[in-house]
Design a protein around this ligand. Sequence first.
Ligand code: HEC
Ligand code: HEC
Length: 205
Amino acid sequence: MSTDNQKKWPTAVFALGLICGSLSGIGHATASPNSTLLLAGGCNICHGPNGVSSGPATPTIAGLSGEYLLSTLEGFKSGEIPSTIMGRITRGYSSDELQALANYYSSRPFSASQQPYDPRLARQGAKLHNKYCEKCHTEGGRSAEEGTGRLAGQWRPWLIWALQDFRSGRRLAGRKMQQQLDKLYIRKGKRGLTALLHYYASQQP
Ligand code: HEC
Ligand code: HEC
């Protein structure tokens, strides 16, 4: 990705927010708590059919663990997890509805994003992952088992944001993850983080 493109993403997300923010209300305003598919329709507008995202600024939510999905959605809703639009969106849903959506998306198949990456950086990133992240983000970041979210095959621009939020303390990571991130950053700097993200991007079907 060129730096040019990177500068356009925030604008694209903002525009999406304006468009989808009004559309997403339609789905859930008329939905009963049981009609999860109808609820999910409002989410799929941005997250893609069945939660598999085709745009770099919106993460794929299919196939993440139900535990991670629910705690993230509740985190957006309470404001504990920073967001551009998800905070506003989740406030329109009850806890039962968020639980139903978490169950639904965890049952959809994950699909890795097709995106460019640098093979040399990806090789360096694989080593860094094994050293600093594999303990919890197992199977090279592919596992969704432990309530950790999914790193491999997720959109790189989204992961850049997520990591920036952890690094700056806007989003709180667990103590051990924070320690590992800090260690990686102190020893390898920004280039280390970049290599890591090219490794995750390299994991494609
Ligand atoms: C207007 C577009 C839009 C809509 C509608 C939308 N999302 Fe999101 N979603 C985003 C964006 C953008 C992010 C990244 C966080 C942010 O900046 O808000 C995100 C992040 C997420 C994440 C975090 C994923 C991760 O890996 O941590 C989850 C989970 C999620 N959304 C679920 C949902 C669900 C469930 C719905 C329907 C109730 C929904 N979203 C509706 C745009 C949207
Ligand atoms: C001690 C366990 C642990 C270690 C080590 C760890 N993580 Fe995490 N990570 C978690 C947990 C648990 C979550 C999800 C809950 C949360 O929000 O804190 C998470 C979430 C994430 C997310 C958000 C996922 C998403 O889809 O938005 C990213 C990005 C991430 N970790 C990156 C890393 C990187 C990079 C490393 C290595 C430098 C790392 N983690 C090391 C436990 C860990």
